[in-house]
Design a protein around this ligand. Structure first.
Ligand SMILES: C[C@](O)(CO)[C@H](O)COP(=O)(O)OP(=O)(O)OC[C@H]1O[C@@H](n2ccc(N)nc2=O)[C@H](O)[C@@H]1O
Ligand SMILES: Nc1ncnc2c1ncn2[C@@H]1O[C@H](COP(=O)(O)OP(=O)(O)OP(=O)(O)O)[C@@H](O)[C@H]1O
Length: 300
């Protein structure tokens, strides 16, 4: 086999509950991930060494040195297999960079699946999940896809059945936000308010909404403990969220660490109209309609 291609989805967090800061600098979470139909593609081609190239809209914002998460994933896989392997990784990027939609994690997950196939390793999914968890808290979910609850750092996953397809609009922002800075701002706000930080709990009403496919109830129960921090760092996101609500979004929320804003629509037609309204009114410069849940990293 001389080349393989893997398609990997973006994510939105429909519940992101952040526990107290841990000694290792991470936070324990209840993180309800939902994979949506905005995809990066990772192609792996036979080569002597491991390299990466990035094409597409956001390519100029992605590092192509050893810090690229796809390169790190390929190296971690080769190390796990105990041999030196090579692959030219070519990423077709559609997921916003540093947008809170796990774009880098998607590329890492794509590289794991693609190189496992290209190199004929045949490693089981569980091994890939373990390597994924060491690469980043969101990487296991990019492999798994669907809808799932993440605990620990977000890397310990349990799949959640959903009762239907949900329709979303994502308002993309100019420039990204660093995930670490948003968590740090969340800690700072908590320190200032001196409020007790409760242990994160799964929202039963949200679970029921997902299970029955009730978009109205899901919209009412979306929650993100990082939202206040993201809005503090990017105050211009507040009017974007308001605008989506005014145009009939069932729920409006910052996606993960932001700055992408996610809007839950009634159906596909409403999502299309909502995307148009958000751009026509200038509330977003780009708005993309998508649906979920979709599969995780998949060979195509
Ligand atoms: C905001 C989310 O995207 C929600 O899914 C994730 O929690 C972030 O996942 P990620 O981008 O894969 O993050 P990682 O690469 O593991 O960590 C980046 C940084 O985010 C912070 N971080 C991340 C995950 C977590 N549970 N607690 C944290 O405090 C830490 O400062 C860490 O150094
Ligand atoms: N393959 C990659 N694609 C995008 N960014 C990458 C990649 N590899 C490394 N990076 C670096 O990681 C940073 C975060 O990018 P990413 O797109 O993963 O953020 P994010 O979507 O906000 O992450 P998350 O939602 O998982 O917190 C970027 O600013 C970039 O410097």
């Amino acid at each position: 086999m001389s080349s393989v291609t893997v398609r990997v989805p973006a994510k939105v967090n429909v519940q992101l509950s952040v526990g107290p800061l841990r000694e290792d600098g991470y936070h324990d979470l209840v993180n309800v991930f939902h994979a949506v139909s905005i995809f990066d593609e990772v192609m792996a081609k036979e080569s002597e060494s491991i390299t990466v190239a990035v094409n597409g809209k956001w390519s100029d914002q992605v590092p192509i040195d050893d810090s690229n998460l796809a390169i790190r994933a390929a190296r971690a896989l080769a190390k796990h297999a105990g041999r030196t392997y090579g692959a030219d990784l070519i990423i077709q990027k559609s997921i916003p960079v540093a947008g809170g939609m796990a774009g880098g994690s998607a590329d890492a997950a794509g590289a794991l699946v693609a190189c496992n196939e290209l190199w004929g390793l045949g490693l089981p999914f569980e091994d890939l999940m373990e390597i994924a968890g060491d690469l980043g808290s969101d990487v296991p979910f990019s492999l798994l896809g669907g809808t799932a609850v993440g605990t620990g750092r977000g890397e310990q996953l349990s799949e959640l059945p959903t009762g239907g397809t949900f329709h979303w609009v994502f308002a993309l922002a100019n420039g990204g936000l660093s995930t670490a800075s948003v968590y740090a701002e969340c800690d700072r706000l908590r320190e200032v308010s001196a409020a007790h930080v409760p242990w994160p709990q799964l929202d039963d009403s949200l679970m029921e909404a997902l299970g029955t496919g009730d978009a109205y109830s899901l919209g009412a129960h979306l929650s993100n403990d990082l939202q206040e921090a993201a809005l503090n760092l990017r105050p211009e996101l507040a009017p974007t969220l308001d605008s989506g609500r005014q145009h009939g979004a069932l729920g409006a929320i910052v996606s993960g660490s932001g700055p992408t804003c996610a809007f839950l629509a009634i159906d596909a037609l409403h999502a299309r109209d909502l995307a148009q309204s958000l751009t026509a009114t200038g509330a977003a410069h780009t708005a993309v309609a998508a649906h979920g849940p979709v599969q995780g990293a998949t060979l195509i």
